[in-house]
Design a protein around this ligand. Structure first.
Ligand code: IMP
Ligand code: MG
Length: 178
């Protein structure tokens, strides 16, 4: 039996279960907890996709922090365009603060380097990233990707926040393009 879902013209097959995601998030949460416990950091959620991962992660973090959101867009369909649009900007003062970006996926890394530059220019003391998934073979950046829950191959995925033209975010599991 194919555990498949179809949105628009594409079919996706189940790839990573929500239990596996949970275990990976718990491991990363423990690392983040020990790194940031005494630092009163800002956790920066990138809308829309990272919301699901961010809630999973933040519920496991028991330290003083602020949470804020930005919205950027680089994707059209299943392709990263490298052309980053800021749809909702930063409205938190990050000067002198440690900032941890929360992402659903790091693909080419264009979004991450864009955010890193923006936060550094705004005076952040330190900028790191925690991501639910990463495609190491697609990554073109120089910056270290500090906290990765799941490394995945360079294939398009949806679910657990990740979308195909807006669809599939509410799937609990992650699905891969068939
Ligand atoms: P990057 O700038 O190429 O690293 O792409 C980052 C953004 O592209 C992510 O925040 C996602 O919104 C989107 N993205 C990249 N790969 C995928 C994928 O496989 N499925 C869904 N969205 C993706
Ligand atoms: Mg995203």
């Amino acid at each position: 039996m194919c555990e498949c879902v179809t949105f628009l013209d594409k079919t996706f097959v189940k790839y990573i279960t929500s239990e596996e995601i949970d275990r990976a998030v718990a491991r990363v949460a423990a690392e983040i907890e020990s790194e940031y416990r005494d630092d009163d950091p800002i956790l920066l959620i990138t809308l829309n996709g990272a919301v699901f991962f961010a809630v999973d992660l933040i519920k496991r973090l028991d330290f003083k922090c602020r949470i804020t959101c930005v919205k950027v867009s680089s994707y059209a369909g299943t392709e990263s365009t490298g052309n980053i649009k800021a749809l909702i900007g930063l409205n938190e003062d990050v000067k002198g603060k440690r900032v941890l970006i929360l992402e659903d996926i790091v693909d080419t890394g264009h979004t991450y380097s864009h955010l890193h530059r923006m936060l550094s220019e705004a005076g952040a003391k330190d900028v790191r990233i925690a991501t639910m998934t990463m495609k190491p073979d697609a990554y073109k950046g120089d910056l270290p990707v500090h906290y990765v829950c799941l490394n995945i191959p360079n294939r398009f995925v949806i679910g657990h926040g990740l979308d195909y033209d807006g669809y599939g975010r509410n799937l609990n599991d992650i699905y891969q393009l068939k």
